[in-house]
Design a protein. Structure first.
Length: 324
């Protein structure tokens, strides 16, 4: 069995290497690089794990052929390599060349949401929803972006429209549950999240959000059980650890609460997590650590307030078409 796996891996590597070599010979024989050949060679290099070589071919195709497709592929490659700034530059160049391209706008939107820049992501999403009002994906993405700006009410409207256009999709239902949690509509949130989990039982984000809605309803046993199920799959999940820590605090298990809340602040250092941890240390009589966490809470709260204020200003600019 091991020999067969080794032979299969060696054969796959040989095919990929041969593919790259064949394309290289074709490119040399053809003289100037045709765009399609350069893109195919870049794809072969990516498949072979040669990221730097793929980047060179994509940049060449983008510069020589003015290829939007090459720029999009380059942006995806750079993003996967952690070069967010380079990916954004490639996307901006693609958008200038093809401002009304659905593929360009969609890739821009998803890339900026991944980079946690929802206001910038809303710009292409506004165009996509205007051009394709019946496409549920774009409504969903606009709902997610709106939720990231802190506007849970507006996000819920978008997500409900996405659900109307294409009902019972797990990502839409999970995002609706998160928005409803933020609005403290915990029974509604629980219903949305249970439906999402029925479709995608392994969705840890939906599971953590369900634990939060159960905690919000005072159903501590269910909240703890749900949070622990999430943590069995993702031990460092920030939101699930925060729920577990909050539940343990209410039970008076302060030492265990500290452990969960320490993991929560390590994963997602939110104001709420720092505040809960400061209370836990205070209950344990550790005034030094309690004070440290209170200071971190105040700093995080100020930063969150400033972020939401800035998002509100930029969101208004984006809505008027000022932000580019």
């Amino acid at each position: 069995m091991g020999d067969n796996r080794a032979m299969k891996a060696a054969t796959t590597f040989l095919v990929l290497t041969t593919s790259v070599a064949a394309l290289a010979r074709a490119q040399t024989a053809a003289g100037p690089t045709p765009c399609d050949l350069a893109l195919r060679r870049a794809e072969a290099e990516i498949a072979a794990g040669h990221s730097a070589a793929a980047e060179r071919h994509l940049r060449a195709a983008a510069e020589r052929c003015k290829s939007v497709r090459a720029l999009l592929q380059l942006a995806r490659l750079l993003s996967s390599n952690g070069d967010t700034a380079g990916a954004v530059r490639a996307l901006e160049q693609a958008r200038k060349m093809a401002p009304n391209s659905e593929e360009v706008l969609s890739t821009c939107a998803q890339s900026w949401l991944t980079a946690k820049d929802p206001v910038r992501g809303l710009v292409p999403l506004e165009a996509l929803v205007r051009m394709y009002p019946a496409v549920a994906d774009y409504r969903y993405l606009r709902g997610v972006a709106t939720l990231q700006t802190g506007d849970a009410v507006g996000a819920l409207e978008e997500l409900r429209e996405a659900d109307r256009l294409e009902p019972r999709r797990a990502p839409t239902l999970a995002a609706m549950g998160v928005a409803q949690n933020q609005l403290q509509r915990f029974p509604e949130a629980a219903a949305s999240l249970r439906e999402a989990l029925a479709l995608e039982p392994e969705n840890v984000e939906a599971g953590a959000a369900l634990a939060r809605s159960e905690e919000g309803q005072g159903r501590l046993d269910e909240a703890e059980a749900t949070a622990r199920r999430v943590l069995a799959r993702a031990p460092d999940h920030g939101a699930a650890n925060l729920v577990l820590g909050s539940v343990l605090m209410k039970r008076g298990a302060y030492s265990q609460a500290c452990e969960a809340l320490e993991r929560a602040v390590a994963a997602e250092p939110s104001a709420k997590a720092h505040y809960q941890l400061s209370l836990a240390y205070s209950r344990l009589g550790d005034d030094t650590r309690a004070g440290e966490q209170r200071a971190l809470y105040e700093k995080a709260a100020r930063a969150e307030e400033e972020r939401l204020r800035a998002l509100g200003r930029l969101g208004g600019m984006a809505g008027r078409g000022i932000l580019e």
